[in-house]
Design a protein around this ligand. Structure first.
Ligand code: IMP
Length: 428
């Protein structure tokens, strides 16, 4: 089965949007399986820049079909805004976008509670995107969520919303001391969304099964990254879904044998947005240089991303969790001007050398990185088209990353354009 899963192998923002756009050309269907409009995939096409939060980036490739699987949480307003934005750019989603009836819907109480919960914490905030992601997944697991199949049925929507809003209004008024949400206003608004969403809603599990039987190629588009995975990431500083490879199966109803390639996207350095440990964080002057050169500002919230050296410990961990078959190393060009580079090969935790990621976020925060140093190549890689033509120091940096992570590099990206993509033939 020729399916590919594209996974963020760090803390998100690895450049998956560009990689999906590149890989979409070789696939027939592009499928989101987790997360919601907390994601932000940026794709540059000539002079135009598209930021997609919900709809798979494959929509920008003519003729490709796109699916929002059951594992995604959908804010209908955000979805329709994106559909409108695409329409304005001359891109139609008709008969190309399908939404799982089992996908959960984000309601105003989700993003209200997300924000209020964050604001009420004195410390230990997560630094969420405040898009209601955690509360929506919380409701899913608590079995009080409202799904797309409920949204498109006004009677069912009414019944479910009546039940759930009562409890949510208690939380809003009694715990957070804010005004309750009006049932009639919320119902009216969401019944309208349901009507609009109906043409897109299908049973995507069967749709994908049929596609696989017809030997169609599927690209599963991960959002966020493995270190933000609710099970495998730096809990509690994580998102609320499974951003690692298992999420692709659970979040679509596809079996493991459908998957052949698992591509891990990493930046040539490391970034993180939101709270939580980042052991390899740059000193402030270098952080500013890389933040500026790499345009390291969140595509969803505009927050500056923290930047640091490539951390081979967390990338190796991602390789294990996801069984990565290939690495795509993004934004190599951002390092072009640095005279010395470092790669983190282990940590010192309370005086002891460790090579594995600790399970506790507190312990990771206490880790002091152990670095090996590499000379920088000090020349532009932005126009390099072939792996062989990369500066030898850049190649040795990449070889070292590949060896430490234990995964061959298949793609190196040296700029945001589709053209600035180097395909590596099984180079270790
Ligand atoms: P949430 O997903 O909004 O609940 O946020 C939880 C954590 O995940 C926060 O640290 C966010 O900054 C982070 N996060 C969520 N989505 C993304 C993303 O697309 N890229 C990078 N970080 C993200």
């Amino acid at each position: 089965m020729p399916s590919t899963v594209l996974i963020g192998a760090q803390w998100g923002d690895e450049g998956k949007g560009k990689m999906i756009d590149v890989l979409a050309e070789r696939n027939d269907l592009i499928v989101r399986f987790q997360g919601g409009n907390n994601a932000g995939h940026t794709i540059r096409l000539g002079d135009s820049k598209f930021v997609l939060h919900l709809i798979p980036s494959g929509i920008l490739r003519r003729g490709k079909k796109c699916v929002l699987g059951n594992g995604v949480v959908i804010n209908p307003e955000a979805l329709f805004n994106e559909i409108d934005m695409l329409k304005k750019a001359g891109i139609s989603v008709k008969n190309r976008l399908f939404v799982s009836g089992q996908a959960h819907i984000i309601f105003p109480y989700h993003y209200l509670i997300d924000r209020l919960r964050e604001e009420s914490k004195k410390n230990e905030t997560i630094g969420t995107t405040k898009r209601g992601i955690g509360p929506a997944y919380g409701d899913k697991v608590s079995r009080v969520g409202i799904r797309a199949c409920d949204l498109i049925d006004p009677k069912r929507l009414k019944l479910k919303l009546q039940q759930v809003l009562k409890e949510k209004n208690d939380i809003l008024t009694k715990i957070y001391k804010v005004k309750p949400l009006s049932f009639s206003k919320t119902y009216k608004q969401y019944a309208k969304y349901g009507k609009k969403l109906k043409p897109y809603v299908i049973h995507t599990t069967y749709y994908l099964d049929e596609a696989l039987r017809k030997k169609k190629k599927i690209l599963f588009e991960g959002a966020q990254g493995t270190l933000l995975d609710v099970d495998h990431g730096t809990y509690p500083f994580v998102t609320s879904s499974n951003a690692s490879v298992g999420g692709a199966l659970i979040g679509t109803g596809t079996g493991p044998r459908a998957i052949q390639k698992i591509v891990g996207c990493v930046k040539a350095y490391t970034t993180r947005v939101g709270e939580g440990p980042l052991p390899t964080a740059f000193p402030p002057y270098l952080a500013r240089v890389v933040q500026t050169r790499g345009e390291e500002f969140g595509a969803t919230t505009g927050r500056p991303r923290r930047c640091g050296w490539f951390d081979a410990v967390i990338a190796r961990y991602s390789a294990i969790v996801n069984d990565l078959t290939m690495l795509a190393v993004m934004k190599l060009d951002v390092l072009d001007g640095l005279s010395e580079l470092r790669i983190c090969t282990g940590y010192r935790l309370r005086g002891k050398l460790i090579k594995k990621m600790p399970a506790q976020a507190d312990d990771l925060a206490a880790c002091k990185p152990v670095y090996e140093r590499h000379k920088g190549w000090m020349t532009s890689t932005a126009n390099v088209k072939k792996y062989e033509e990369l500066p030898s120091r850049a190649k040795s940096y990449l070889r070292r990353i590949s060896a430490l992570v234990g995964v061959p590099i298949g793609v190196v990206s040296v700029g945001s354009d589709r053209e600035q993509t180097i395909f590596v033939n099984a180079k270790k």
